[in-house]
Design a protein around this ligand. Structure first.
Ligand code: 5BU
Length: 258
């Protein structure tokens, strides 16, 4: 396994402002738990964010599933993020040509570029997709997360495609803050944040291809940095208590690597 480098040290190596911010936040707040809040009513998302905000480093959204989305929702979410000190990650999975993703990022109903600290990007269109983000992230300092691997069964983000995504990140270190992946590959240098979805304590998967690993396995054995937990927390009858369990498990796994 690659030698241990602490989040404090990684913050100094970070080449993207949001990567720097997130490494510092994780080190000071002592949490590497991100929560995927896939709820469809804005008040439910805000209530959950308020409940678990103290436990997390990142809250991940899919804003296009929110039935009553409006700009006030974002203002309210940002206020909770500021109060509890976490970042907002819109998992939009942009995948088109540079010119189109620029519109999708900056315009439309969601105006994602105005509020997201980080967004996800597929590489199918080639590296010039990153040019669609450059102008607006220059002012906001937002980070791009490249989808190097997926958690779902039969994912085609594997092998040479994955290697090319890592290369795309390395050639665009100013804009790219890290990768969504299932494992740390040797080519993934320490300036990048590695975030892993498909995490749950007690489940083998769902009926639509999702596959799960435990926090310990992901952070310790697969050596990534942040776990992303959705249903394991937001479907729980006590999300706060469950968030504390995931936070504790993933933070001890991080500390055990020292
Ligand atoms: P779950 O409820 O813990 O299964 O939710 C996982 C979240 O992470 C959900 O929002 C997905 O869209 C997201 N996700 C994923 O599950 N797997 C992937 O490879 C990527 C994103 Br990329």
């Amino acid at each position: 396994r690659a030698p241990f480098v602490s989040f404090q040290e990684r913050a100094k190596l970070a080449t993207n402002p949001t990567a720097n911010k997130l490494f510092q936040l994780m080190a000071s707040k002592k949490t590497n738990l991100a929560v995927a809040v896939d709820l469809t009513v804005k008040q439910e998302i805000l209530d959950l964010a308020e409940k678990i905000g103290s436990e997390i480093c990142v809250l991940k959204t899919h804003v296009d599933i929110v039935q009553d989305y409006d700009q006030q929702f974002i203002k309210d979410l940002q206020a909770i993020a500021a109060k509890h000190n976490f970042l907002i990650f819109e998992d939009r999975k942009f995948a088109d040509i540079g010119n189109t993703v620029k519109y999708q990022f900056e315009n439309g109903v969601y105006e994602i570029s105005k509020w997201a600290d980080m967004v996800t990007i597929h590489g199918v269109a080639g590296p010039a997709i990153i040019d669609g983000f450059r102008e607006s992230i220059k002012t906001t300092g937002a980070g791009l997360l490249l989808l190097a691997q997926m958690s779902s069964k039969g994912s085609m983000c594997v092998g040479e495609y994955t290697n090319q995504m890592v290369e795309m990140g390395k050639s665009n270190q100013d804009a790219v803050m890290g990768f969504i992946c299932q494992e740390r590959l040797s080519a993934m240098s320490d300036n990048f944040v590695l975030m892993t979805p498909g995490v749950q304590f007690n489940s083998a998967g769902d009926s639509m291809g999702q596959q799960y690993n435990t926090p310990e396995y992901v952070i310790k054995e697969k050596n990534t940095d942040v776990i992303i937990v959705g249903r394991g927390i937001y479907k729980s009858s006590n999300p706060k208590e469950e968030a504390i369990k995931y936070r504790t498990a993933s933070w001890s796994a991080y500390e055990s690597k020292q």
